[in-house]
Every structure is written in C-alpha cells, then in structure tokens.
Design a protein around this ligand. Structure first.
Ligand code: CP3
Length: 342
C-alpha cells in the first residue's frame, strides 16, 4: 500500500495527535467550482460525468489542486446503488433525482436484486477510484462513500426528493415487513459496493444519512441505526465516518457504532455534542457561514477550534452550497491550515 504524504485525516480518525486540524468539505467536488461546471458542461449531463471514469477522477482532484484540502472525495452519487439493484433514477436539472418506478410494494421489490459490482453501473465509480488513486500519488487520502440504507429507501419509495417523505414513512407503519426486507437488501448491496471501493483503494468511507432527521428518535433507532450498524460491522478494513443529518437526538447511540467518527450538522453546539461522543467528530459549521464577512467567518471558526478537544475534522454541517463565495471557502481552508494546536 502506498504511504500517504498527508495523513492528518487518518491520524485524526484513529485519535492520534496531529499538529493541526484536517479540513475537507462535503460537496467539494461539485457545482460550487466553476472548473467542475466546465467539465460537467463538456460532458453534457450529471450521469454522463458519473459514468466517465477519467472525467470523474478529474473533478475529484480539482478541490485538492485548487483548494488544497486535506482529503479528496470520489465524485459519484449515493443513488448509484439503487440503480445497480434495478431501481434506476434520472437526475432532473434544478429538480433533483427522480425514480420513474418507485418501489412501494412486494411486486416491485421482487424485481430488485444484489448487484455484481464489477459488471453493473457501479463499475464506473470503481474505475474512477482506481484512476484517482493513481493520480493522487498518495498526496491526500481518498474518501469513498455510500448513502445510509434509510436515505436510499426514502428516495426509492418516495420516487423523488420531498419535504415530508410521507410515502416512505407511511410504509414503515403500513408494511413494516416490506420495509425491513427492502432495507436489508439495500444494506447488503451497499456492503458489496463498499468492499469494491476498498479494493480499488479508498482510504476512508463516509456514510451519508441525509434524511435521518425526518424520523423520530424511536423510528431512527429502529429503521436507520441498525442498518448503519450492519454496514459498520461489515467494513473493518478502513475507518468510517457516519453523518446522520438531524439525528442529534441519538448521538449516544451513534457513538456505539463500530465507526471512527460522527459528522455533525450545525444544529447542536459542539461542546454539547462532545459530551455524548467519545469518537472523533467532524463538521458542525453552518454552510451559510460562508456568506458572512470574512472577519465573522474567522471569528466563528476560531471559536470552534479554541473549544474543541483534539479529535476533530473541520467540515461543514452539510454540503457546500453551489453559490458559496469562492474567496470565503479559500479563506476558511487557509485559516484552518494555519491554525496550529497549542
Ligand atoms: O464532493 C462530493 O461530496 C462528492 C460527490 C457527491 C455528490 N453527491 C455529487 C453530486 C456526494 C458525496 C453526493 C452524495 C449525495 N447525493 C447525497 C448525500 C449528501 C447530501 O448532500 O445530503 C444525496 C442526498 C445525494 C442525492 C442527490 N444527488 C441529490 C438530492 C441531488 C440533487 C440536488 C443537488 O444537490 O444538486 C444530487 C445531484 C448531485 N450529486 C450533484 C453533485 C455534484 C449536482 C448535479 C450536477 O452537477 O448536475
């Protein structure tokens, strides 16, 4: 295995001392960069880019070259997993994902299957990982990722994004057996996919449970957490970061997972979260803070860095918004990189 020149992220995940905090940003490989938009336009569509491993590797490397972050995250999407299971989606411009055939009953579930990760659409991302690892030459670690089973279930049953996800949630009450069976199938497909990512060289895995927060604590603990736990138990090769957005009601349970870090949204003060988490933490900065004047941005980041103990990865509480001011993003990264621990 190639040694990493910048091992700040890995060391922080293993709770080893580092001279400064690592920083990377969720959705750093995305529309916020004009350089990304240019490649995306050349290729013509989001899915075209996803299925072009050379170009996917190129946009994965952009934030490392341009922003000088401490990690790369592979350019792909969480929705490639249901697609590989025979539940395809379209990415509608300005509207987001659309599943023409939502899976809401046993008959539709019967049409789904576990993917062959090297033959299905997943192969594009696996190839992009191999190319990216080669091009990175060990400069920084590469993060692979997946959606949490609950979040994937929510998209596949709802058929699109939603404010309420009432189709998805209704199934939990009306057809719990179906829901558990579908969640289990997604979990097994996800584990196969993550094993493929690890084989191609990802150094870290992040699990995104974007829609954790639409569940009550009780429902999160029964419908989301157990399936995240199965993934964490199955993936022993690389460290795992779990991001369950809006699930601050279950931090103590998240802390019991076999994972290395918990990524936090901005709805909980870091000192309160830290009382419930013994693992490394990540995130917690409001993405909208990037619209603030630079002195306020620095003041807030300084406050975070002054009060957190050792083990923290600087990041936002969710993805970068496409209109985040570039100069402020660069300022944030440069500031964190110049902040040496006492
Ligand atoms: O830089 C990175 O973080 C790597 C790439 C990445 C993308 N999607 C690229 C993308 C990652 C990690 C994701 C994860 C993802 N995808 C999540 C979990 C994280 C989150 O943001 O909550 C979710 C819920 C999705 C599903 C998804 N993909 C939606 C709802 C949308 C449309 C809304 C939007 O943000 O545009 C996408 C599209 C998408 N995925 C884009 C990118 C760069 C934008 C589409 C484009 O470029 O045309």
């Amino acid at each position: 295995m190639q040694t990493l020149q910048n091992d700040l992220l890995l060391k922080t995940l293993y709770q080893q001392a580092t001279p400064r905090y690592p920083i990377w940003l969720m959705r750093q490989a995305g529309r916020f960069l004009v350089e990304y938009r240019k490649v995306r336009e050349e290729v013509g569509s989001f899915k075209g880019l996803l299925e072009n491993p050379e170009k996917a590797a190129e946009v994965t490397l952009q934030p490392v070259d341009i922003l000088d972050v401490d990690a790369a995250i592979i350019f792909s999407d969480i929705l490639v997993v249901p697609e590989s299971m025979n539940c395809p989606y379209l990415m509608e411009e300005k509207k987001g994902p659309l599943f023409p055939n939502p899976v809401r009953d046993w008959d539709s579930l019967k049409n789904l299957y576990l993917p062959d990760v090297y033959q299905s659409n997943l192969r594009y991302t696996l190839e992009a990982i191999a190319i990216t690892k080669h091009k990175l030459q060990g400069r920084v670690p590469l993060i692979g990722f997946c959606g949490a089973p609950w979040t994937i279930f929510a998209y596949c049953t709802e058929g699109s994004g939603s404010k309420t996800f009432s189709h998805a949630k209704r199934l939990l009450y009306l057809n719990p057996e179906f829901a558990h069976e579908f969640l289990e199938l997604i979990t097994q497909a996800t584990i196969l996919y993550l094993k493929g990512q690890i084989e191609k060289g990802v150094d870290v895995i992040q699990i995104f449970d974007t829609w954790a927060g639409i569940l009550s604590k009780e429902d999160f603990d029964s419908w989301s957490l157990p399936y995240i736990a199965k993934i964490c138990d199955a993936i022993t090769e690389v460290p795992i970061i779990v991001f369950a957005k809006g699930a601050n009601f279950s931090l103590e349970n998240l802390n019991q997972l076999k994972c290395n870090a918990i990524s936090l949204d901005w709805n909980i003060p870091i000192d309160i979260a830290k009382k419930q988490i013994s693992k490394t933490t990540q995130g917690n900065l409001d993405p909208c803070l990037l619209y603030a004047p630079q002195n306020i941005l620095i003041q807030k980041v300084n406050h975070l860095l002054e009060i957190i103990p050792e083990n923290h990865i600087v990041n936002l509480g969710h993805g970068l918004y496409p209109d985040a001011p570039r100069e402020n993003v660069i300022k944030l990264i440069q500031y964190v990189k110049s902040f040496f621990k006492k």
